[in-house]
Design a protein around this ligand. Sequence first.
Ligand SMILES: [Zn+2]
Length: 383
Amino acid sequence: MVKQRKTFRYRLYPTAKQIALLDWQLSEACRLYNAALQERRDAYRFAGRSLNYYDQANQLKEIRAVGDLELANFSCCQDVLRRLDKNFKAFFRRVKERKGKAGFPRFKSRSRYASITFPSYGDGCRLLDTGKLRLQGAGQVKLKLHRAVVDTIKTVTVKREAGKWFACFSVECEAAPLPESAETVGVDVGLTAFATLSSGTEVENPRHARKGQARLRRAQRKVARRKRGSASRKRAVRELQAAHAHLRNQRSDFHHKVSRRLVNDYGLIAVEALNVKGLAAGMLAKSVSDAGWSSFIDKLAYKAQSAGRVLMKVDPRGTTQRCVCGAPNPKTLGQRWHECTACGLSAGRDHASALEILRLGLSLLGPTWASRSCVPNEAVCFS
Ligand SMILES: [Zn+2]
């Protein structure tokens, strides 16, 4: 059976004293991160040497022994160094691929360093029978267990977000296959509607997104007007963070609901392998990042995998310029209706693309889908 990693987020309610302790833990983690970054820079600049994770982790014991680091949990310290290592590896990869500016890893400010991870559950972090979460360095913190943790907890990340605290449990769980379904669907994610299905159904963009945007703009203006370093600016920043977090949560909730519906209803789902980066560079930037397509596709992918559905990612090129019958059907961006003289299909532009996306998805699978016998019991992605 396929194992999957999922993350569940729970709200923490630390006392004032615990907040101070947690803030201190974060600031110590931040200090360690920056010191390790400094060491790497110096080693490179003065000795032409690059340090790796082990070079740095091997010094941890000593640093802690002289009392120079108050991040309470040893594994947490290691995780900080691993994060830095990951950022360096990503940097070297960007240099190698020569993708734009490589962007050397930067020092982080204490206000931006907002999470620590306990990499192995039980080591410095444990859920108690009392329902509280014991965190080394902060004590027993009240937690709202809004849903039971049924799977094995692997790691725990404690996060500060817009003045609120959260514990994110990364758990390993079994896949939960749904009864087989022969239904198929093509999904065209678009700009007017959030998505259009090959059945012709449109999934509207949620209304609250607009409202949230307006609130966000107001909060941004407020921050811009306030004097740097003032207490009132700090309050405005907090408000802005809250607006961002709210919008993010609403969007994520919407994506979860839509992807769940699709996975429940269809055995095969075909979507476009969207090159979001390429799109986002152009005029559509705002609408694209707004709709958050890639995070939607991610949610769709893991739900499909867990349920034993087939998710096909097809080449998006030409899906709007072709009819499902194969006849070319060039359209400008403004042309919202699809008329085919070859087969007589008359449908909305996005509906026609959804049909073409489904056709492409099915053609990639070939006869395997029709016979159903060789379809693997997990998601297959061709991108
Ligand atoms: Zn046609």
